[in-house]
Design a binder for this molecule. Sequence first.
Ligand SMILES: Cc1cc2nc3c(=O)[nH]c(=O)nc-3n(C[C@H](O)[C@H](O)[C@H](O)COP(=O)(O)OP(=O)(O)OC[C@H]3O[C@@H](n4cnc5c(N)ncnc54)[C@H](O)[C@@H]3O)c2cc1C
Ligand code: SF4
Ligand code: SF4
Length: 437
Amino acid sequence: MSEPLKIKKPRGKARVISGKCIACGARCQSVCPVNGVEMSEQGEPLIAEDKCIGCVKCVKVCPAGALEMFYTPEELAIIASFAKHGTDDVDDEELERRRRVAAYTGVWVFIEQNDGEPARVSWELSGVGRELADTLGVPLSAVIIGENVDHLPEQAFSYGADQVYLVNQPVFGQYRTEPFLEAMCYLIGKYKPEIVLMGATGMGRDLAGAVATRVKTGLTADCTGLGIDDKGNLMQTRPAFGGNIMATIMCDRFRPQMSTVRPHVMPLPERRAGATGEIVTESVPISESDIFTRVLEVIKEKGGKNRVDVAGAEFIVSGGRGLMAKENFAMLEELAEELGGVVGGSRSAVDAGWLPQDRQVGQTGKTVRPKIYIACGISGAIQHLVGMQDSDVIIAINRDAEAPIFEVATFGIVGDLFQVVPALTERVRELKQPGNS
Ligand SMILES: Cc1cc2nc3c(=O)[nH]c(=O)nc-3n(C[C@H](O)[C@H](O)[C@H](O)COP(=O)(O)OP(=O)(O)OC[C@H]3O[C@@H](n4cnc5c(N)ncnc54)[C@H](O)[C@@H]3O)c2cc1C
Ligand code: SF4
Ligand code: SF4
């Protein structure tokens, strides 16, 4: 296999700056190693472009500063790329990659909504998107696709967006992969963002995968951290190998760089009341007849209003294998009720049939970020920690003082949960009595 062609830093050609030559006696001609300088009758140089090899000798020797190097626009682009990436040797493929990547700019957040109701994760992503955009020195844009969504740009601005791409058409009334895929790809093709963030929700996961496939780029799902490296690439951190390591994944060869982030992983940014920005209204060339799927009926999730939302709870009392039996969770329910919170659990508790799956916290369950997380009889396996370690306060109750849960705990209680939990519940009750605070 032949070696790829190496591209050298362009050297340019010498040229005369009009009116500056003082006819010093052809010093420029005398130093030229390729006989590239002829002298005119007035004693001024005529440089043969086809001979000049850009050695700069004539420029250096000229006492009047009458010579300079010049570059074609293409050579200037290559020089700019060298300056940015700090290397002198690149092959054709690398050069092409740099050109492709340089054409994309700006950070986008897809604003997920259902019947005009925005998903909180979109605003959480706006917060981290704002930080990424500021680091890169580019605008943060919110992408809003739907029907009757005119009220959402204002909210997007208040959560940090500089700009909104607004697509407001009846065909986007209910989420379906095809039209949303068309709309996202249409916008990406037209405006070329360098980063696209989506919530790792049912909708976000579906759409992000389809978009990344269509635009032929990489997608990192379920990121827990996002940052920018010294070359301006997105660093996407997420658990890997069953959660045993945290991997930072880069997509430096393709654009846009796409990530999904689960709800509650990123903090909700402060709202900036009255913030405004530019609204770019777009009409995507797609109609109902282009779409194969039809939404016949929307059936609300079983449980309706009574469904427990562990991911959104402010207080969570979680139980693990240390609870020993399903009926012992009643003890956690009592504490959770006193705190105005909900009961969650480890995968062991779910696998044992003590809790429904939607209560599981961790890598294959929910990511939570409550004000207080009380872990009872949970050892603190990495797969559990990734789902709760960003809670504001973590209280761990475990009889094993060496349990890893204590490494992330704000407060640790080494003891038997069957004694500690009822005592805690009692104390909370007491504190809630009138006159106590
Ligand atoms: C790919 C993959 C994904 C996973 N995803 C998840 C996930 O999303 N969520 C998750 O939680 N796990 C997940 N797991 C499982 C994880 O590795 C652990 O096995 C699990 O978290 C352990 O649950 P546990 O802490 O309840 O049980 P254990 O590890 O058995 O810990 C029980 C703890 O209870 C303590 N204890 C016992 N009795 C008492 C008592 N009377 N008083 C006080 N303390 C007591 C013990 O000291 C012990 O520390 C995943 C694993 C894999 C491989
Ligand atoms: S740059 Fe070098 S090769 Fe070109 S004209 Fe000047 S001396 Fe000659
Ligand atoms: S060295 Fe400079 S001043 Fe002398 S002839 Fe060449 S261009 Fe003119």
